[in-house]
Ligand binder design. Structure first.
Ligand code: GLU
Length: 597
């Protein structure tokens, strides 16, 4: 467990002194980032607010908002909108996400569920043809997989509830980047190349993203004037302009009749989205999940995301089973086992709470965690997959062993950003269009890709007749997104999150284990090699993950090049902020503070 922190009074004093003497009034970096990804700094320490994203432009726009007096919510929306320009294959107004907010004035944590919803015409067998699930890749690039976008409504709701800027001002920086352009880096070029074949199938997508059929050159300037115009429209008319009216009609047309080129070899199934689905979309506020872990309060995203419940359950299992003086091998062994057990329960019990009775309170109870924890053998890895437990409130700590389970996806899309302001407000926000490049279809003339989020539903029953995550009319597919905020004595200690499909959960969990149990500094906790056990026979691990001691306990491994892309902010004992992004993964991220140290 990490060493204790300074008393709060000293923290407050240090912060006050720092402000009074003007510590670090120089900008965070001697060279303010130019457009492009070349000026990324993955770690920044200082005062007055902080932003961490995967991208230098998005971080700069967020910091500008903070410097001009905006708060963490304003900065989060401004940075997210910029990511829609510079990271268009991971996020944007065609997608959805989950927004977690700590409000310093009230000490409360709030969340917005901006998850995409299925059309009302979608039934549980929507992804089945002639009794057989359609190929996953076909579902990805289709109209069928498009849910009603939740991101525009999330931004509007966040600003209305807690922001100080209106949407027009919050979109200004992003619109500028879209109009003036940004410098293409290797990551952008690689992600375009990965999508080139399917973008080529749609005139709207190839016109925007391809240059003679290929990715734009690294170092060239990429402009998206169509998106600038779409942002202008939202700035003038509010996000209703996307949910009703002409833009809504164009989205529906694109989904129902995808603009696929005549001679394309791709089979592109049309979707079911109708105008009424868009017009009735809501991004509700939801109570966060919360667990207490070693004296800290960990807040996360409730269903339809499984992020908060699975991270929370795994932490409870760890707390119940991991001795505080455990060595690194035992710590990682318990991390892998707790994760597998929590994933078994996630797969069995978590879905859209409007459709499924999710036993959330029991899943996050200490009694259930103890019952699950007693399965863990310090000497040997459990045979995987493990069976789900029974969160029924009756816990006798008996340990039944059986097996069913599914392997989740571990996509390369999605993005996480973290912001904090001088008043102590904090945002942890994960947003996505699901696959890298979403469904591959740009709404013609509008500059943004549509999501394929409905592929997060299970296409057929994986749970013996009780699958909580089958499609349904107006249903939200289960997510793994896990934007997290941790409080200590009611004040922020750490906020973080990651992309990576179902590896989001294990990534957040592993960074917490690294930070809290293995006592790494946050930059090291983020940079450390990762392993992900999602109730499958083998653990997925990055090549650099040290596995020999765990293999001796019976864990088996498969290599995967890269897991997750974390950003986070830690609130340090001396009152300063430590903003952290990846040093290497996904080309490295960008962290900055308002007043550098
Ligand atoms: N659609 C995924 C989810 O909501 C995120 C996709 C990704 O991170 O690649 O869990």
């Amino acid at each position: 467990m990490r060493s204790s922190r300074l008393p709060r009074s000293l923290v407050a004093l240090a912060a006050a002194v720092a402000l009074a003497v003007g510590v670090g009034v120089a900008p965070a970096s001697a060279h303010p980032p130019r457009p492009g990804h070349g000026d990324k700094v993955p770690v920044a320490t200082g005062y007055g607010g902080a932003v961490a994203t995967v991208d230098a432009d998005a971080t700069r726009v967020g910091i500008d908002v903070l410097r001009q007096g905006g708060n963490a919510v304003d900065a989060a929306v401004a940075a997210a909108a910029t990511l829609g320009v510079t990271e268009p294959f991971s996020s944007g107004i065609g997608g959805g996400g989950f927004f977690v907010y700590y409000d310093a004035a009230s000490g409360q944590v709030h969340t917005i569920d901006g998850r995409e919803t299925a059309p009302m015409a979608m039934t549980s067998d929507a992804f089945v043809e002639d009794g057989v699930p359609i190929p996953f890749a076909d579902a990805v690039t289709s109209g069928l997989s498009v849910g009603v976008p939740g991101t525009p409504r999330t931004w509007a709701t966040a600003l209305e509830q807690w922001g100080s800027l209106d949407l027009r001002r919050a979109l200004r920086g992003a619109t500028e980047v879209a109009r003036r352009g940004f410098v293409v880096d290797q990551t952008f070029a690689d992600q375009t190349t990965a999508n080139a074949a399917r973008f080529a199938a749609f005139r709207s997508s190839s016109d925007l993203f391809l240059r003679r059929g290929a990715a734009p050159e690294v170092g060239s300037v990429f402009r998206n004037r169509d998106l600038a115009k779409t942002y202008d429209l939202l700035a003038r008319r509010g996000v209703d302009a996307l949910y009703t009216g002409r833009l809504a009609e164009e989205i529906v047309r694109t989904v129902q009749d995808p603009p696929v080129r005549r001679h394309s070899p791709l089979v592109v199934r049309p979707g079911l989205l109708e105008l009424g689905d868009l017009a009735s979309y809501e991004a509700p506020l939801r109570a966060p999940t919360t667990v207490s872990y070693r004296g800290l309060d960990v807040y996360g995203m409730a269903p339809p995301s499984s992020g908060g419940s699975t991270v929370g359950e795994a932490l409870n299992i760890l707390e119940a089973s991991l001795p505080e003086d455990a060595d690194p091998t035992q710590t990682l062994h318990h991390y892998l086992e707790a994760s597998a057990l929590a994933f078994a329960d996630r797969n069995r019990y978590v879905g859209d709470p409007a459709f499924v009775d999710v036993p959330l309170e029991q899943l996050l109870s200490d009694g259930f965690a103890k019952e699950r924890a007693c399965l863990i053998d310090p000497e040997a890895a459990l045979p995987k997959p493990v069976a789900p437990g029974v969160p029924d409130g009756v816990y006798d700590a008996e340990c039944p062993i059986a097996s069913t389970g599914t392997e989740g996806s571990d996509g390369q899309s999605t993005t996480h950003l973290t912001t904090a302001d001088r008043w102590g407000n904090v945002v942890s926000y994960t947003l996505t269009i699901e696959s890298l490049g979403g469904n591959g279809i740009v709404v013609p003339g509008r500059g943004f890709l549509l999501n394929n989020e409905l592929t997060d539903f299970n296409f057929t029953d994986t749970q013996g007749g009780v699958d909580p995550n089958l499609p349904g009319p107006g249903k939200r597919p289960r997510s793994s997104m896990a934007p997290t905020i941790i409080l200590e004595d009611g004040r922020p200690f750490l906020a973080l999150g990651s992309p990576g499909g179902s590896t989001i959960i294990t990534t957040v969990l592993q960074v917490l284990v690294n930070r809290l149990e293995l006592e790494m500094e946050l930059p090291d906790a983020v940079a450390a090699a990762r392993a992900s056990q999602r109730n499958t026979v083998a653990v997925q691990a990055e090549p650099a993950f040290d596995r020999a001691a765990l293999q001796a306990l019976g864990h088996t491994f498969t290599d995967t090049p890269e897991i997750g892309a974390v950003t986070g902010i830690e609130f340090q004992d001396d009152g300063s902020l430590l903003a952290v992004a990846e040093p290497v993964r996904r080309g490295g991220g960008s962290a900055a503070v308002v007043h550098g140290r």
